[in-house]
Design a binder for this molecule. Structure first.
Ligand code: NOJ
Length: 906
């Protein structure tokens, strides 16, 4: 009863008339702003509401409302409507088992790719291949190991990020992959120690959204469908799956961790980039391992049916992370459309699945409406018709490699050691000048110069540098080579973090190789030491050096791999391999020490950052195979650094959000996201904490001057969004199949089953024991009444008016230094606190330009309706508040260069 009341109330609130009358706005350009003033404006008493009470279980406060049924696709946008029409024409020709085949993976290792659906050979549809991943093609050869997602974010260069997407897409296409498991826009980077932050673009939703969308477009332009991961709240690796963490030694874990997210943070932070990628046409979205508000993400009807498919208007399909499905019928009714790799988590090779034959059975006995199955399959097929550059895979367009062996010939199912010997790997060279150029350019632009006291960088022979020392294990190759499985080796330069997003290197240019070659060509003497524990030796070498370059590292990755007690997430922010001591010893003897931090996230620099002999500090995220070349070019000044920190580096560990890694309180760990919307720099601003280096920071060898701020109104703001258009009609409906379970029997006469392979068929005993739908205990709130367009919805990523440009902002930037170089203009907005308090600043634009000395260019930003909106939890709407908005053009989140105001009123 209570629950129905809540639904009724929500719907009532959602349909409340909206005030869309234009508001008046008054603009002031270039108001004086003292960038030294603190950003603290709001007291602690106004902190985000306290979500839970200590001695009560958070599940009492964090739960997910049900939302059914799963919305039908094809009701938004005429192009997609037509695509659905075409897809339905195909789906209506399929039998129930053929449909089920497309929704269910064939099992781990049962096919060439990381994930393989069943095919529909009768209609010419092959097994569809899903492959990691976001930084290049996983588990194969002759591909490029691209700079990480984090590196892409660090460039703050939209066009380059787009090019990177294209290059990655092109290589997947060359290998015959159909769908790429990337990009990653979750984790968002809430936790600085999160093991997978290097896969996504940086700790800010706006940055993630722009970079994610540019990547999706790039990938799909090359003919591969993009599956954006992980939806949602997958901010740490600890406790993401029970089986995995049992193996890791936490055998008390009962359920995966629950990420408990408040509604405002859900909208303004975690959903934000997903709205962008949906708008850019992403065909698939991967739901994550964790629970969200105490329901598993892949069976959370509120998340999948409501937020994703209804509110954000997602028209593609939802695929589970590998083993993230926990129920059969519930997950389907809750909006999951495809399960991967097919089996139940960790029951790999057993052939046991929640779907496959069980889905067939649930459809035959009427538990799952056929309409739901039809929508699942249509969602999988429609994107191939909706996106101009995609084409539904056919049987002559299949993978030319195997993820499970690198040999040219091997058994057909190498993982199962089963089947005849066939040609598995055609060793197709996917690389091209284009991908190498893009990979190198991203690496160059992702290097961040943090300190350059005395301008010792770039290195110039004229400065009397005749003998250099290159030190640290991070400067050279790992003793185990460049390609330990999933890049779990950390005793060398890090080309990536570890896990499913790692790619085999075709070769690596190490810092030692590139720097020493260049130094030699300049007539320098080069010493090298990678013995991080042999400090006497390295100190002696430092004594002779005019300049030392110390490469230190800190690594992390996905939770299925443990390295030195780091179970995916990092245990701390210390440098690995005795890095602090190494820096200490070298800098004691060498007055010009340059520290290069090669890390998957922030590290603690406090022990040495103020040391006057540490004259230079560089941060580089995982940069892929060209890491050493890019670093060398920065050090010797061929390239001027233009990367900006995509996260804040704190002075104290306590300023970061901790990883939940303790099961002593409960065995179903609860992770309350009580930083609310104040993640990363927003938190430091709110509490007036001085970080070591702030988000958006990065030095250049040249200097820039900003002027001429010009804000222009393009469209009048409105307080509320206008009603969207009604959902479009569905022209073609698929008739229910006449259900005769005998049709679904295993066709033994046609082929013998492969062990562990998941088929959609029923066995005689299944058919005999089909239970009645009435026996099924439907989830709370289950119903089959399709809704009309919710007021927030109606377009890709939400109400189309959210993307309306309200203001355009321009400024002039001039290079007033001696070097040519790139400048990243960053636009931050401070909202009024008329209805609710908001962060002192949020990123709402960035524009990168390259300038010769003395040259000026204009930087440009569009402020959209959504950029000025706050999510109002009570009315469940995006609202533009009345009051004064400050517009900052800045060189980092704390270095404001120009400031304007937009006063919005009635
Ligand atoms: C689990 C990871 O979380 C996901 O990102 C990846 O795509 C799958 N494994 C497949 O490798």
């Amino acid at each position: 009863m209570m629950f129905e009341f809540v639904i009724w109330l929500t719907l009532l609130l959602m349909t409340k008339p909206s005030d869309t009358k234009p508001l008046r706005s008054e603009i002031k350009n270039e108001i004086h702003f003292d960038s030294n003033i603190t950003f603290e404006k709001r007291g602690l008493h106004e902190e985000a509401p306290l979500f839970y009470i200590e001695d009560r279980h958070p599940a009492e406060f964090f739960y997910s409302d049900p939302y059914y049924p799963s919305p039908l696709g094809g009701r938004i946008d005429h192009v997609w409507q037509k695509a659905y029409d075409k897809a339905r024409k195909i789906v209506e020709k399929m039998s129930i088992t053929e449909k089920v085949n497309l929704t269910t993976g064939t099992g781990w290792g049962s096919g060439p790719c990381i994930g393989n659906t069943g095919g529909v050979p009768r209609l010419g549809i092959p097994n569809l291949c899903l492959q990691d991943g976001p930084n290049g093609v996983r588990y194969t050869d002759y591909v490029t190991n691209f700079p990480s997602g984090l590196a892409a974010g660090t460039t703050f260069n939209k066009e380059l990020i787009h090019q990177r997407g294209k290059a990655i897409g092109k290589e997947h296409k060359a290998k015959g992959v159909h769908m790429v498991l990337g990009p990653v826009v979750g984790p968002i980077g809430l936790k600085a120690a999160g093991g997978r932050n290097w896969e996504s673009f940086g700790a800010d939703p706006y940055l993630q959204g722009i970079a994610g969308a540019a990547t999706v477009e790039g990938l799909q332009q090359q003919g591969v469908l993009s599956i954006v991961r992980h939806f949602i709240g997958n901010e740490q690796e600890h406790f993401r799956q029970v089986g995995e963490w049992d193996d890791n030694g936490w055998d008390k874990l009962d359920e995966s961790i629950s990420s408990n997210i408040g509604d405002r943070a859900m909208h303004e932070i975690y959903l934000w980039p997903f709205a962008d990628v949906i708008r850019s046409g992403a065909g698939g979205i991967m739901c994550s391992y964790n629970q969200v508000n105490n329901t598993y993400a892949c069976e959370n009807s509120y998340l999948l049916n409501y937020l994703l498919k209804e509110e954000l208007g997602f028209q593609g399909f939802v695929v589970s992370d590998w083993g993230a499905q926990h129920t059969g019928v519930y997950s389907s009714l809750s909006g999951l459309d495809m399960t991967m790799p097919g089996e139940i988590f960790d029951d790999w090779l057993t052939g046991k699945s929640y779907w496959g034959p069980l889905l067939t059975r649930a459809v035959y006995n009427g538990t799952i409406p056929q309409q739901r199955l039809n929508d699942m399959v249509t969602r999988i097929i429609a994107p191939w018709f909706a996106i101009e550059t995609l084409k539904l895979p056919s049987e002559d367009n299949i993978p030319n490699f195997s993820s499970w062996t690198y040999h040219t010939y091997s058994q057909k199912f190498p993982y199962q050691h089963f089947g005849p010997i066939v040609e598995q790997n055609f060793h197709q060279n996917a690389r091209s000048t284009f991908s190498e150029e893009v990979a190198l350019n991203v690496a160059r632009e992702a290097i961040v110069l943090l300190k350059n006291d005395g301008h010792n960088l770039p290195v110039d022979v004229g400065d009397g540098i005749k003998r250099i020392l290159i030190a640290g294990v991070g400067a050279g190759p790992d003793s185990k080579g460049f390609d330990c499985k999933d890049q779990r080796c950390t005793d060398g330069v890090l080309t990536s973090g570890w896990g499913s997003a790692a790619v085999n290197n075709p070769y690596v240019i190490t810092p030692y190789e590139a720097i020493s070659e260049r130094a030699r060509s300049l007539g320098m003497v080069v010493d090298f030491s990678n013995e991080n524990w042999n400090l006497d030796h390295v100190s002696e070498l430092a004594d002779y050096a005019d300049l030392s370059i110390v490469v230190v590292n800190s690594d992390g990755g996905e939770g299925f791999i443990e390295v030195d007690n780091n179970y995916g997430d990092r245990n701390n922010f210390s440098l690995w391999h005795n890095g602090d001591n190494l820096i200490k010893h070298i800098s004691e003897r060498c007055r010009k020490t340059i520290v290069v931090v090669n890390a998957i996230g922030p590290v603690n620099m406090e022990k040495w950052i103020d040391n006057e002999n540490v004259v230079g500090v560089i941060y580089m995220p995982p940069l892929g195979q060209f890491v050493g070349k890019a670093l060398m070019e920065i050090i010797f000044g061929d390239v001027n650094p233009s990367g900006k920190l995509p996260f804040t580096i704190a002075k104290k560990k306590s300023h970061y959000v901790p990883i939940v890694d303790d099961l002593s309180k409960n065995n179903d760990p609860q992770d309350n996201f009580d930083r609310d919307i104040y993640i990363d720099y927003r938190f430091f601003d709110k509490h007036n904490i001085k970080p070591r280096f702030e988000f958006g920071f990065g030095l250049s060898y040249t200097k820039f001057e900003l002027s001429n701020l010009n804000i222009l109104e393009i469209n009048s703001p409105t307080e509320y969004l206008p009603y969207p258009e009604d959902y479009l009609p569905i022209y073609r409906t698929i008739e229910d199949d006449v259900c005769d379970p005998e049709d679904a029997l295993f066709p033994h006469e046609e082929f013998d089953p492969v062990p562990g392979f998941i088929y959609p068929y029923l066995y005689n005993e299944d058919v005999r024991s089909l239970p009645d739908e009435d026996d099924f205990d439907y989830p709370k709130g289950y119903n089959t009444y399709f809704k009309t367009t919710p007021p927030l919805s109606g377009g890709f990523g939400g109400n189309p008016a959210l993307w309306e440009i309200l203001f355009s902002v321009k400024a002039k930037v001039k290079n007033i230094g001696k070097y040519k170089g790139g400048y990243v203009g960053q636009l931050y907005i401070e909202s009024p606190s008329t209805l609710v308090s908001s962060p002192a600043k949020v990123l709402r634009g960035f524009d990168k330009v390259f300038l010769e000395p003395g040259e000026s260019k204009s930087i440009h930003f569009d402020i959209l309706h959504r950029d000025l909106s706050i999510w109002d939890v009570e009315s469940q709407q995006w609202i533009i508040q009345t009051g004064t908005y400050k517009v900052y053009i800045a060189s980092s989140s704390r270095r404001v260069e120009l400031c304007g105001e937009i006063d919005i009123g009635i």
